[in-house]
Design a protein around this ligand. Structure first.
Ligand code: PR8
Length: 468
């Protein structure tokens, strides 16, 4: 196990995020702390999607014949599908699949829902669990067999331009979401051999975990008319003709939580962006025999005040050593800790420790401005986490001019390599074989260089990385 893997597993356990002892491989239990982080992350996501999508909820089971209808799609998933074959003691006459994703659950219904051009576009999303019998090594939150937090959006458009625009809009929504969490990412167009089964093309978000491997944290697929033909989803044009629709779909998973944990965490444990922290502030009273009651009363009142001001706060008045409390809240990633003793109260001061810098400073306490002051610090923490994460990310993207150079960088420094590519599949496959890692995808069009493999004029700048 790599150092990061070990750290990651330990922190999931110690911070009570996920219990991995559930007796099915790749299926885990969300514990209260983890569930809260998940809840707040989904709140941010829902706020973004609810602007122009509608939330729905489809059944978990998909009839075999619907799943099998779209040949390319089913081929892509056939090795990963779990099947329900019995109802009690009776064998079902039609097997039912546990959804690995919901295209084939939703699109037969879209066939019924879409009528006229005036219905379009339609944009739906659901947040559900999906099941994939992953054969690669499973890891909590990163590669699971029950994806418990599968956010899938599905949109329907009257023309190809609408679908194309929606791909851009989805990229904008996900960028905004990851920006709020301070998670750096790069967006690439996946090579054709790595696109979503049934898609015209796939755009993907990748981030980098501390061990130098990239993690695909989101994908946006332009489905063109493939599924529309398969499920015969048509609309009536203003002229009374029947045309097939164009579709997109895009998804995120538990990996969003894995990246919050993995990217911001450090040797002291979690370091959570305030927007998803179960507690944003923890108050630790500093008690001496004399004046203990006054300090506890002050801290309780402060807690009530902050809570009323909309800050998620905890007053840790347990009768244990302060050092133990400090250790625990740092490990759990609480963004801001306030230490308040009798002297501080006397002098209108409080000591604050920022989890992101682990630096202490003495703040002035004023009843009128305390909420505002703390919110300003929390906003600073959010900003700082993001800047640090992006700096590390950008430091780990390196250009390579030859295949040997790419291989050396990947061996010594890991991270992401950028290189010029002619775009041909045969060159792409040979590059992957030589460096023994995957092409993430095309980062941008560029005719400035020559292909790292064949030397022909390049068409694109693409990225290579060891992936999860
Ligand atoms: C779709 N259909 O399904 P996608 N564990 C954790 N996260 C995972 C796993 C796994 N085993 N497999 C995939 N993901 C489309 C879009 C509806 C929505 C995550 O797309 O197959 C990856 O981050 O690309 C992936 O980007 C996302 O789920 C969507 O899965």
């Amino acid at each position: 196990m790599s150092e990061f893997s070990e750290w990651f597993h330990n922190i999931l356990e110690e911070a009570e995020i996920i219990d991995t002892r559930y007796p099915i491989k790749g299926m885990h239990v969300w514990q209260p702390q983890g569930f809260k982080i998940r809840k707040y992350a989904l709140k941010l996501l829902r706020e973004l999607l609810d602007e122009d999508h509608e939330e729905v909820l489809f059944p978990l089971l998909i009839p075999e014949d619907e799943l099998a209808k779209e040949a390319i799609h089913v081929k892509g998933f056939e090795e990963e599908v779990y099947w329900v074959t019995h109802g009690g003691l009776n064998q079902l006459n039609k097997k039912l699949a546990l959804r690995p994703t919901s295209e084939t659950a939703m699109y037969p219904m879209f066939n019924l829902w879409v009528r006229s051009h005036s219905d379009l576009p339609m944009k739906f999303y659901q947040i559900v669990n999906t099941f994939r019998y992953e054969t690669k090594h499973t890891r909590p939150l990163i590669r699971v067999r029950e994806i418990t937090t599968f956010k899938e959006a599905h949109t329907i458009h009257s023309d190809s331009k609408g679908a194309q625009k929606q791909v851009e809009r989805a990229i904008e929504i996900y960028s905004n979401f990851f920006d709020q969490l301070g998670i750096p990412y790069v967006v690439t167009r996946r090579p054709d051999w790595d696109k979503f089964p049934g898609a015209d093309y796939t755009m993907a978000f990748d981030t980098l975990l501390p061990d130098g491997k990239t993690l695909q944290i989101g994908t946006v697929h332009n489905l063109g008319q493939t599924f529309a033909h398969t499920f015969d989803i048509t609309y009536e044009t203003p002229e009374g003709e029947h045309e097939h629709v164009y579709q997109t779909c895009y998804g995120l998973s538990d990996r969003m939580i894995a990246s919050i944990i993995g990217i911001h965490g450090d040797s002291s444990g979690l370091s959570l962006p305030p927007s998803v922290a179960p507690y944003q502030v923890v108050i630790v009273p500093v008690l001496f025999k004399k004046g203990a009651k006054e300090v506890l009363d002050f801290c309780s009142q402060l807690k009530d005040k902050l809570e009323k001001g909309g800050i998620r706060v905890h007053h840790d008045d347990r009768d244990i050593r302060a050092g133990k409390k400090y250790y625990e809240w740092e490990m759990r990633g609480v963004p801001l800790r306030l230490e308040i003793g009798p002297r501080d109260i006397e002098n209108n001061k409080m000591v604050a420790l920022r989890r992101d810098t682990l630096e202490k400073e003495t703040l002035d306490y004023s009843e009128e401005t305390v909420i505002n002051d703390l919110n300003n610090i929390l906003a600073e923490i959010t900003k700082n986490l993001k800047i640090n994460a992006w700096n590390k990310f950008q430091d780990n993207i390196r250009p390579a001019n030859t295949l040997e150079e790419a291989r050396d960088i990947l061996t010594n420094d890991k991270g992401i390599i950028s290189f010029s590519w002619c775009g041909d599949e045969s060159c792409g496959k040979e590059i992957e074989e030589f460096v023994r890692v995957d092409i993430l995808g095309v980062f941008e069009e560029s005719t400035d260089g020559t292909c790292i493999k064949c030397g022909a004029p390049s068409k694109t700048i693409a990225l290579l990385a060891k992936t999860y």
